[in-house]
Write a protein that binds this ligand. Sequence first.
Ligand SMILES: [Mg+2]
Length: 308
Amino acid sequence: MNEFSIIDKYFSWNCDNSVRVGVGDDCAVIELDSEYQIVTSVDTLIEGVHFSSSNSAADIAYKSLSVNLSDLAAMGAIAKYFTLAISLPRVDEKWLSEFANSLKQIANKYNIDLVGGDTTKGHLSITINVTGFIERGKSLLRSGAKPGDLIFVSNNIGDAAYALRQKQRNEPATLSAMNRLNTPEPRLSLGRSLVGIANSCIDISDGLEQDLSHILNSSKVGARISTDRLPLSKEVSEYIESTGDWCIALAGGDDYELCFSVDKRNKKNVHQIESDLKIKLSEIGVITPNGGLIVDGFSADCSSYRHF
Ligand SMILES: [Mg+2]
């Protein structure tokens, strides 16, 4: 099976009618609406670095698109198109069909079209470039946080890091935590709802401490958050209670939840979004004029924790 028949068989899908030319020509051609701006991002996932050989093809596909969609979510964008560059060690049709089916499933779920790509032979790696639209000037940026803003986090944090820890120690994995690690949900609806409400936003890919610090640095502000307000699952909360290991929640990556700041006056809008979308949004602290990130209830340093 050659490159072109792989693309024909597994990666040629029907697209939205704004796609004038999709998979199969030199480039995709897309119709633009002048009221919108393009938002685009790319991520590569490499076997042995971002996932292991024990991960299923379905999970690898899901996560590859999900982590990219999460970046669009963090900007408040509408997901529209993606391209896929995949490097395969060999043509394994069972693997490819599982991968393509799962990719198609998440693409349909989040309403995004595959418009092009590239297939090569080599070590297994997947690069996805996503493109979205945002109303002109409305992107949620890291640079918009203001002193006095309340800081919120969606759902729970630390689950993915906890699952990874279980896996690395060969402990029996908890299904819910493992799902958070292998098939994270991009918070696209939440990102869209925060447009016009949040002053800043980021997705938590590398850990709360590090990602919130990106907001603080870009916005030239500080923040004070508190460990007793961090939203934790029962499992992670019990783990921290018995070990004192707050770093799993503060520095554990891969959760893909959104961390955002809003003016105090918009707090009621956040509660409205919480009930409309049925997603937990926890207030974890406040933006301060300066002073870096202060975490009440925790004084150690998680910086060496990142590659555990
Ligand atoms: Mg990101």
